[in-house]
Design a protein around this ligand. Structure first.
Ligand code: SF4
Length: 754
């Protein structure tokens, strides 16, 4: 088997999208190494990237559009028929019930956001205005807090762990879930430096906690008490930065008043900690030159999740660890993952929509309600809500109740099985792709990836699927398309100047056409791009917008020009930079310019959350339902778990079935043994799993991994489910009152021998 030369691409298994070099042979990815030329990851990878061929070469790839028959089986149809019928079915829903009854979910995973930008054109053509994705399972509470503190939910913060004296992780195990560039190398560097301190706040003794100088092992579900105690200790102990607070913030007096009533020792005890430990951490934070903090699902999917996000942010804000090196900053984004809109509400239940995202836990309700504006149709792209959203049984019921369900994916997912039409997409390595997880400060990187393989026959890249759907919907104005095609024809002789002028004249500023802009660019500018990179056309528009808003940051990245020429050169750099490109370098003051409150200050007091904070005093987090005495973390990130694009269970080298982890004391009490079987039961369902006894957990806490419970064909083609699907055990009403984010890390459960 002869292997190809090393080719640049990226890992698609987590939001870091590390740059990779790969070798190929006979349609397989045969060798993988870190790409030294990638500006962010610089040769770094974790072991998971080595297994990527299990995605690219998985069994069960879809190779033809499918249409569901009346008996529930599927028949293959050609693309022309599929596009015509899908467009007609969605248009019929739009015309009868309104475009706002067509909901869309997904539009990108950990490494395939480019197709999602084209999905916006299809939604625009249909008048569809409600959507969601996995971010609304995790981050929308944090986004809402960002909106209150900094002005908009899109004011997203990023930690500078490279330079922080104190690095704190709250409900986050970056050894496994990463979350910032070169995570394991950065953790080792902090842990081995006696002048720096690594702090972990987590109920589990994670791999990161094992490295830490200080591990506050909170009781599961008590993060809010722990963080409130820490904030109170900072304020009561005088560890705040008065010059920063006076110059940059409002509302500190209200925080002082709220914190005056909090007994540090009492709140620490409720979290299973001591006041001494909390005050010690407060003193370390208060005395540090720089502190950076990262929160993650451990608090974002647990009780009081939005409040916990608020308290975590106040820890760095009251101590002035914001807007400078080694602390927290507001970064640039080439493509906007988080909507800039302030809150809207859902059409049926009036639930808060944050950053443009419908809470995932109410989607089923918004479909199943007896309401004139319930969702009647759904487009699911690179998503699997029947598996990945809470209460899978109810989600399946909701999906089955839709008049039209269209799924765009590479495999016959649990959601695709319920669809009326399934449109097969090319894999992430068979098309031009990119991710918009560019979340770094001051240097930010974008990586456009060239395809490694030709599309599997019968599949299409998402940009082409959406182009055909938009064409079939008949919304592209001929005169505009002709003018842009004529301007594009001049590119070989006149450059993109005339094209830019035509685009700004005919499209920019016309809302109805801006919604269609990705497809307009793909059809007109796309054919002029080198190496068949038509799908990159949408990036030209994003580069123009970005250069207009952040021209100085682009120039600091070494890209020259003014006006549209700057956006054009940025686009050229991205097109040419096969290992990724630095597109933005910020100066020290950039964070302050990005505050979106009119007074350019941070608004520390958030009345809704201060009211929730006051309520903690009367709540005992130790009280549990006797019928469900355990806390189940449904979806732990482990060495052997990634995202669900890995359907092939053989990618896992160990823990193939996804063990239920149990503390030794619980195992002894219940008669469970390592390798034995246990039944875990929740309000929503019951499942049996292999037991792993581990002293990394506290008594009363059990965990199941994320990413399991998917079916996959055996060697003889028989479909078999591997491991427990976490959402067979979760309930959709078990969620944060404000953001609607699910509490998957804190599911009341019962465990018994099976
Ligand atoms: S899983 Fe994440 S950290 Fe590991 S190689 Fe892939 S992108 Fe990088």
């Amino acid at each position: 088997m002869s292997e190809s030369p090393w080719q640049p691409t990226a890992c698609i298994l987590c939001s870091q999208n590390c740059g990779l070099g790969v070798q190929l042979a006979e349609g397989h990815i045969t060798r993988v190494r870190g790409d030294q030329a990638h500006p962010a990851s610089a040769g770094y990878t974790c072991e998971k990237a080595q297994r990527l061929d299990h995605y690219q070469h998985a069994r069960g790839r879809l190779t033809s559009p499918l249409r569901r028959r009346a008996d529930g089986s599927f028949e293959e149809i050609d693309w022309e028929t599929a596009i015509r019928e899908v467009a007609a079915a969605l248009a019929a829903v739009r015309d009868r019930w309104g475009g706002d009854t067509i909901f869309s979910y997904g539009g990108g995973g950990q490494g395939n956001h480019l197709g999602g930008t084209y999905g916006r054109a299809t939604r625009g053509a249909l008048g569809s205005v409600y959507s969601s994705n996995a971010l609304a399972q995790e981050k929308t509470g944090e986004f809402w807090v960002d909106g209150q503190l900094f002005g908009r939910p899109s004011c997203h913060t990023t930690p500078d762990f490279e330079h922080a004296e104190v690095a704190i992780f709250v409900g986050k195990n970056p050894w496994q879930s990463h979350g910032f560039p070169r995570a394991r190398a950065a953790l080792r560097a902090i842990a081995s430096d006696p002048a720096r301190t690594l702090v972990v706040i987590d109920p589990r003794r994670t791999e990161t906690a094992d490295l830490a100088d200080l591990h506050l092992q909170v009781r599961p579900g008590t993060d809010a008490w722990c963080l409130a105690a820490l904030l109170a200790a900072l304020i009561q102990g005088g560890h705040t930065r008065s010059d920063f607070l006076a110059a940059r913030t409002t509302g500190f007096d209200q925080l002082v008043a709220a914190m005056a009533t909090i007994e540090v020792d009492d709140y620490a005890a409720r979290a299973g900690l001591t006041g001494v430990a909390i005050r010690g951490l407060a003193a370390r934070i208060g005395g540090a030159a720089s502190v950076a903090i990262l929160e993650d699902l451990g608090i974002q999917q647990a009780p009081h999740s939005t409040l916990s996000s608020y308290l975590e942010k106040l820890v760095y804000l009251v101590t002035g660890n914001f807007g400078r090196r080694g602390t927290m900053n507001l970064h640039t984004q080439l493509g906007q993952l988080i909507g800039r809109d302030r809150d809207r509400t859902s059409p049926v239940g009036g639930h808060r929509i944050i950053g443009g995202l419908m809470p995932c836990n109410v989607i089923a309700d918004e479909i199943l309600a007896d309401h004139p504006k319930r969702f009647r149709a759904m487009i699911v792209e690179s998503g699997n809500p029947a598996h990945s959203l809470a209460d899978s049984a109810r989600m399946r019921q909701a999906l089955a109740a839709l008049e039209v369900l269209v799924v765009i994916d590479v495999a016959m997912t649990e959601t695709a099985r319920l669809a009326h039409y399934v449109l097969p997409a090319s894999s992430q390595f068979e098309k031009w792709e990119a991710t918009f997880f560019n979340l770094e400060f001051p240097t930010n990187v974008f990586h456009l990836r060239a395809p490694l393989f030709a599309p599997l026959p019968g599949t299409l890249p998402e940009p082409e699927i959406h182009r055909r759907l938009v064409r079939a919907l008949g919304v592209l104005p001929d005169d505009v398309m002709t003018a842009l095609r004529d301007a594009a024809a001049l590119i070989p002789t006149h450059g993109r100047g005339p094209y830019a002028a035509a685009f700004f004249r005919h499209v920019a500023g016309r809302k109805e056409l801006m919604l269609l802009a990705p497809v307009i660019l793909y059809e007109t500018l796309g054919p002029t791009l080198p190496d068949g990179a038509a799908a990159a056309a949408v990036l030209w528009g994003l580069c123009q917008q970005f250069a207009l808003a952040h021209g100085d940051s682009v120039k600091r990245a070494g890209i020259e020009g003014d006006g549209p020429a700057l956006g054009d050169r940025l686009f050229d750099a991205i097109l040419a930079g096969r290992s990724g490109v630095v597109f933005s370098v910020d100066d020290d003051a950039a964070t302050w310019r990005r505050l979106e409150h009119a007074d350019r200050r941070i608004h520390l007091a958030v009345p809704e959350l201060l009211a929730e904070l006051a309520g903690l005093a009367g709540e005992d987090p130790a009280v549990r339902d006797p019928a469900f005495p355990f806390v189940l973390a449904a979806g732990e990130r482990r060495t052997s778990t990634a995202n669900t694009i890995f359907r092939d269970p053989r990618w896992r080298k160990k823990d193939a079935g996804g063990a239920l982890r149990v503390a030794p004391a619980d195992a002894a009490r219940l008669g469970l043994t390592d390798g034995g079987r246990a039944r875990v039961t929740t309000r929503a369902g019951s499942a049996v799993a292999t037991v792993e006894v581990t002293d990394t957990l506290q008594p009363g806490h059990v965990t199941l991994p994320n990413g399991l419970g998917l079916d996959y064909p055996d060697d003889d083609g028989t479909m078999r489910v591997h491991g427990v699907a976490p959402n067979e055990l979760t309930s959709s009403d078990h969620r944060d009152w404000l953001a609607g984010t699910p509490w998957h890390k804190h599911v009341p459960a019962r465990v018994e021998p099976a």
